[in-house]
Ligand binder design. Structure first.
Ligand code: NAD
Length: 330
């Protein structure tokens, strides 16, 4: 029997390959964005809903002749095992104004399942986690996989930081890419817009505003924090922003850029915090997180970061402990 187009594309060994585990809104959009960016020649979609993964792969592959050619197919964990990067986007989705932390238990079971599939198939690359609540799911993936902490990275506040730059850009009439600054801590309600890190042309916000009315920072923090809810309210989910954050992280890793990006990583004493994942600026390269950067924070920002960490620690403690010793392949 002639193999299907999808079967014909499957290979067991390939050059640079990225695997998306979860082919829902986030996974499929990330696959499409990765294809357009021409980062890797092979993109595999893995989903428990194989019909969905096949349909999304075929839809993206339809663009091959018009965009950047890449082999995009629906595969399984054996296909994902040889990928340089696996991105977990499977997880419980939130609805309306539902807090991301409320889907932690459902997501933890799904993320553990995906990690088990990858590790038992022999995956040893870099794991990027986008499933929400992303800081807790990065922790779950880290504990469950047994991979080194530098190789398990959550998309964290990269998206929120992009939203901060976009919002400041409108308030200050400066291109978002010309604004430096970070949202740190939880990707969620306790995130911290760290305005003391903002620089425009080397100037702080106060210097840049030069005595003229400064933007309302409290209103900007709230707008950035609630941006995801507003999008979910309108279209039911978010996809383009997070997909672009996934692409940016993959790009920094595959090109060994040593780019500084705010991503969720295991803390080991930074600001007196350890044993949990949250976002701080990280140097990202081929080895994953190569260094964690700790900018000077105003006392109120440091206090808010500690409060964010406490919220995550309490939420993680409420999840069943899922370590690599609990994996069925052990
Ligand atoms: P979705 O429901 O469209 O897609 C989830 C997919 O996961 C589905 O296709 C489902 O079949 C698949 N899946 C479920 N269990 C699975 C399993 N055990 N193995 C393999 N596949 C499985 O949801 P979405 O809108 O794509 O969102 C996915 C996740 O990303 C959610 O947790 C969401 O909250 C999160 N998200 C994160 C960010 C961020 O900034 N980190 C932004 C948006 C969404």
């Amino acid at each position: 029997m002639k193999p299907s187009a999808n079967e014909a594309l499957r290979r067991t060994v390939g050059p640079d390959r990225i695997a998306l585990i979860g082919a829902g809104h986030v996974g499929a959009t990330a696959a499409y964005a990765l294809m357009l960016r021409a980062l890797v020649p092979e993109i595999v979609l893995v989903d428990s809903n194989t019909a969905l993964a096949e349909a999304e792969a075929a839809d993206i592959a339809d663009a091959n002749a018009l965009a950047r050619p890449a082999r995009v197919w629906a595969g399984d964990y054996a296909d994902a095992a040889v990928a340089s990067i696996a991105v977990i986007t499977a997880g419980g989705a939130t609805h309306g104004s539902q807090d991301r932390l409320s889907v932690a238990a459902a997501s933890a079971a799904i993320v553990s399942d995906c990690v088990d599939g990858l590790i038992s198939a022999g995956f040893s690359g870099i794991l990027v986690v986008a499933s929400n609540p992303v800081d807790l799911m990065t922790m779950v993936a880290l504990r469950r996989s047994g991979l080194p902490a530098s190789r398990v990275i959550g998309t964290g506040t990269l998206l929120d930081t992009s939203r901060l730059k976009q919002t400041l850009s409108q308030a200050l009439n400066v291109a978002p890419a010309s604004i430096e600054g970070y949202v740190l801590g939880e990707h969620g309600n306790s995130e911290v817009a760290v305005f003391s890190t903002v620089r425009i042309g080397g100037q702080t916000l106060d210097q840049f505003c030069g005595g003229k009315a400064s933007p309302d920072l409290s209103a900007i923090s709230t707008e950035v924090r609630d941006a995801g809810y507003a999008i979910v309210e309108g279209k039911g989910y978010t996809s383009f922003g997070v997909a672009t954050a996934i692409v940016r992280i993959c790009e920094a890793i595959l090109r060994d850029e040593h780019a500084v990006l705010p991503v969720s990583t295991l803390l080991t004493g930074e600001y007196g915090l350890s044993g949990l994942c949250l976002s701080l600026p990280c140097v990202l390269g081929a080895q994953g997180v190569q260094r964690i950067v700790t900018p000077n924070l105003e006392p109120s920002e440091r206090h808010a970061l500690t409060a964010s960490a406490m919220i995550l620690q309490t939420a993680f403690a409420a999840l069943p402990v899922m370590t690599s010793d609990d994996r069925p392949d052990r």
